[in-house]
Design a protein around this ligand. Sequence first.
Ligand code: AMP
Ligand code: ZN
Ligand code: ZN
Length: 454
Amino acid sequence: MRFKRLESVAIAVLLLASSLSARAQGPSLSAALPLVHTDNGPNSPAAQKAHYVVLVSLDGFRWDYAKRDGATHLLALGKQGVWAPQGMLPSFPSLTFPNHFTIVTGLYPEHHGLVANSFFDETKQARYGNADSAAVTDGSWYSGVPLWSLAEGQGMRTACIFWPGSEAEIAGHRPTWYARFDNKTQATDEVQRARIDDAVALLKLPDADRPHFITIYYSEPDHEGHQFGPDAPETKAAVLKMDGMVAKLKTALDATHLPIDLVVVSDHGMVKTEGPWVTLDKFADLTGFDAVGQLLYGKTEGDRVRLYNQLKKASSQFIVYRRKNVPADLHYNQNPREGDPVVVATGPFAIRAHEPAAGQPDTAPIPGAHGFDPRNMRQMKASFFAAGPDIVSGKTLAPFENVNLYPWMAHILGLTPAKNDGNLNILAGTLRDNGGEPAPAESADQKTPEPTKP
Ligand code: AMP
Ligand code: ZN
Ligand code: ZN
């Protein structure tokens, strides 16, 4: 008897030691893509029971590429679950950082603060740029609660294998795991595959440590779309390469036998640029203005009025607005980071404030671009495919705004969303539970008691 008790104590000690050593050892991550770890503790008991969301972004994967180029694996994913054959609507401006951060916060860019890839903040008297590692890792630039911070705050572990904003502490949290973005190496075959290997390694962790929300980002086919244009064979090849990557990921996720919803999106589309640069200082005197790209920051109200009047009838290639008068459905009229006046292109035109400084080479606009008004340029629309245990099968969706993804993913994960600009009702019909409360686990001998009558 005594011996039996000793034996069971020894087994318990062994089990504890092996679980501790599994935690201590950590996942076997790819050497090509080491991840930064923050010890946010184990998943809460409720989080351990939650399902999983793997959110993949294919940068610049225009809404029509999958059908156009025969991306059979993505189309099959959409058929197994849901997809948007006419595309998903990006937020304005249809640029990478604004839209990636919209997807994970449910906020329009002017509410989460990334109003462009690069912009100026007058209060900080500082500039944010997506290629400036000091800025991207500084949480003070970002507003809203990205899904990984939302989850971490509610006891659920997360991982970001690249995503704009994921390298900063935001809303008091960091993802438990994140990758440092390195533009020099991130597009190599090795680091492309390593994203999948790392995701799978994390999903093999014990229940207590396994992340339930994982982001994966690929910069293709955006880079090819810019360099060669949306219709070039190089862009098609990148589309098909990414389709193959999604197929590998899907097979690997299926092999885990975990209840994973795979969501594949893009941030925006791509359009063939037309004509030479539209240079604003050819039409108006920009003295007294700081400019970042086409964003214009005036020092005095007098300067803003003067510039607005000078640009108002200057060209049919853009419309200029005082910031407060930018059409409400662009959601781009409240944040001083947007500058004032605001210039909006009327077509696929490359707009800049100035020519390069004397001595610097000037080059023609690149063949492909985005950033334009998604309301009147269908080429800006993004992609959406999703399938998994929480998602209905074989349904197609009319175009919807990307702010709606946040409450939808929060619902799948069982999280209470933070304030956002989206609405769960928009995508509720894609969910097996229709967006309602998850059905209570009820067995025959454990019925919910009838309410007592007064
Ligand atoms: P664009 O697609 O023109 O809006 O430019 C976005 C740029 O951001 C691309 O060159 C991407 O490679 C780059 N990028 C994407 N994700 C990140 C990230 N997490 N950190 C820094 N740069 C990124
Ligand atoms: Zn992009
Ligand atoms: Zn781009």
